[in-house]
Design a protein around this ligand. Structure first.
Ligand code: ZN
Length: 144
């Protein structure tokens, strides 16, 4: 395991390199000053999504969702719980596939909600369908 981790700022897209041991110390983006590790679910646009999924060295869980999708909205609080439980181990984000349909086409997404676990530019695993927090957490932990 390397001593530093690359994390893309989920606000401005700046790539940051931080010591792996400092994840719990509230590291901030060197460019915009926003916290890099929040335990919350960040809302991404396609540019930030692409940078983070290609560059992040900490596991990144992305929820592909849309506002018209009832199960997606039902899962949102469950995803938030899992994000809090896994703070410092994985980061969580979501992207609205209605606003950014190109991302669904590129990833071959046919049904939402869909969680994809990314790490160091690779797609590690997918978890389709609305899931309770415990199941989301178990899915992520099984790949840490
Ligand atoms: Zn930033």
């Amino acid at each position: 395991m390397s001593d530093t981790l690359k994390l893309v700022c989920e606000t401005c897209g700046q790539a940051n390199r931080i010591p792996a041991g400092r994840l719990a110390d509230g590291p901030k983006c060197g460019s915009c000053g926003d916290p890099l590790v929040t335990g919350k679910v960040a809302e991404l646009d396609i540019a930030t999504h692409d940078k983070a999924t290609r560059g992040d060295e900490l596991p990144l869980v992305v929820d592909y969702w849309a506002p018209w999708c009832g199960p997606c909205r039902m899962m949102a609080p469950e995803l938030a719980k899992a994000a809090g439980a896994l703070k410092g181990r994985a980061r969580f984000a979501k992207i609205n596939t209605e606003d950014f349909p190109a991302v669904s086409q590129r990833l071959g997404i046919r049904g939402i909600p869909l969680l994809v676990l990314w790490k160091s530019g690779h797609e590690i695993a997918r978890l389709p369908g609305a899931r309770p927090a415990a199941e989301i957490e178990g899915f992520v932990r099984s790949h840490l």
